[in-house]
Design a protein around this ligand. Structure first.
Ligand code: SF4
Length: 228
C-alpha cells in the first residue's frame, strides 16, 4: 500500500506487471482531477488520446463526459477520474474481466483507499463488472445503486464511448438515462458530503494541462522505438 498519491503515481508509471504492459503503447495512464475530491468517476481503460496524454478520459469520450457532467453541475477539476485498466490494449480492444481484475487489484484499489470518495460513478461495462460483479450488465444494472467492496456506494451508467457509437432515438434515450444517472449521483453526494463543491468557475482545459506530459511520453516512446 502507498502512503501518498505521489508515491502511488510514481510506482504506477513504471508498471509492467501484466501482459498489457508489454503491448505497444506509451506507458500506464494514471488519473486526473482532484485526489482530495469525494466524488469519483471510474471508467474502462485508455484509448489512443488517453495513451498519448497519460491520463483517463481526455479524448472524444472525455469531451462528451465533460458535457454530461456540466449538465448536472460538475467540472472535472473538482472530481477524481480514473480507470479500471491503466494500459491501452492493442487495437483499442475492450479489456477482459480478468485484465480488469488484475490491474484494478494492483492500482485502483490502492487509489480508492487513498482518495476515499463518498460516491463512485462506474462508467461502462468494464467498470461495472469490477466494482459491482462480473455478471453485472450495464443495460440491466445501470442507474441502480450498489455497495462496492470499498464500502462506498456506486452507480453505473453508460460509458461516453458507447454514446458516441449511437445514433437517432437510441442516442437520445441513452443520453437522458446518463443524465438521470449522473443527477442521482450528485443528489446522493450532496447528502453524503453537503459541504463539498463540484463545480468551478474556470475549469482548466485538460488537454492543455497535460500537454507537457504528452510531449514527454511521446519523446520517451520515440527513443524506445529507436533503441529497439
Ligand atoms: S495494465 Fe495495469 S497491471 Fe498491467 S502493466 Fe498496465 S498498469 Fe500494470
Amino acid at each position: 500500500m502507498f502512503a501518498t498519491m505521489a508515491e502511488l503515481e510514481q510506482a504506477l508509471g513504471t508498471c509492467a506487471r501484466c501482459p498489457l504492459g508489454q503491448e505497444p503503447h506509451n506507458g500506464p495512464t494514471t488519473f486526473n482531477g482532484s485526489p482530495q475530491s469525494a466524488f469519483a468517476i471510474v471508467g474502462e481503460g485508455p484509448g489512443r488520446v488517453e495513451d498519448e496524454y497519460g491520463v483517463p478520459l481526455v479524448g472524444p469520450s472525455g469531451q462528451l463526459l465533460d458535457k454530461a457532467l456540466a449538465s448536472v453541475g460538475i467540472t472535472r477539476d473538482l472530481i477524481y477520474t480514473s480507470n479500471v485498466i491503466k494500459c491501452r490494449p492493442r487495437n483499442n480492444r475492450t479489456p477482459t474481466v480478468d485484465e480488469g481484475q488484475f490491474c484494478a487489484g494492483q492500482w485502483l484499489d490502492a487509489e480508492m483507499a487513498l482518495v476515499k470518495p463518498k460516491v463512485i460513478v462506474a462508467l461502462g461495462s468494464v467498470a461495472l463488472k469490477y466494482l459491482h460483479s462480473p455478471d453485472a450488465r450495464i443495460t440491466k444494472d445501470r442507474g441502480q445503486w450498489f455497495m462496492t467492496k470499498y464500502g462506498i456506494p456506486a452507480i453505473g451508467t453508460y460509458h461516453p464511448a458507447y454514446l458516441l457509437r449511437l445514433t437517432g432515438k437510441e442516442l437520445v434515450r441513452a443520453k437522458w438515462e446518463t443524465y438521470y444517472d449522473l443527477k442521482a449521483a450528485v443528489e446522493k453526494f450532496t447528502v453524503l458530503a453537503p459541504e463539498a463543491v463540484l463545480k468551478s468557475d474556470n475549469p482548466p482545459d485538460l488537454l492543455a494541462l497535460y500537454e507537457a506530459r504528452r510531449q514527454s511520453r511521446m519523446k520517451k516512446s520515440a527513443e524506445k522505438h529507436l533503441s529497439e
